[in-house]
Design a protein around this ligand. Sequence first.
Ligand SMILES: [Zn+2]
Length: 174
Amino acid sequence: MRSTTLFLVIAVLLVGGLWGYGTYIAKPRPPHQRPTGTTSPGDRRVVKSDADWKKQLDRSAYTVLRENGTEWAGSSPLTDEHRPGTFVCAACHNPLFRSTAKFESGTGWPSFYAPILSNAVYTEPDGNRTEVRCAVCDGHLGHVFEDGPDPTGLRYCMNGVAMQFIPVGRKQIN
Ligand SMILES: [Zn+2]
């Protein structure tokens, strides 16, 4: 009798778990809506389903770009990348920042004072912070703060895992 009860409890938990998992994967989130009037360089847009992003991106990049995650400070080799080149979006390869706009913020995240083009990224309020997203694929990149250096006074605090670095002279792969 007791083992039957135990079996029933386990069965209920199992079915409940599978049901929960099923509802989770069966409910794709709609693509992020850009603020009205947002533009992107060359009007380029990359819009994919959650399932396609999941296939393309590794887990940490997906968590940051598509689920607004934040990588651990100091975890990205791009924080210490000092070669001349371009930082592009890891999801859609939209050029985001030039190495010349990079500075040492001491935060443990790659930091820049300005994007490569003003419409390469767009911002949205995120509580008491300002979120930065890729203007081409809407991927979450990080946040921007007003304690940066000259000439803009801005600090684009980016997740390294949301970007790829293309050194000068190397052709972009993709
Ligand atoms: Zn992108």
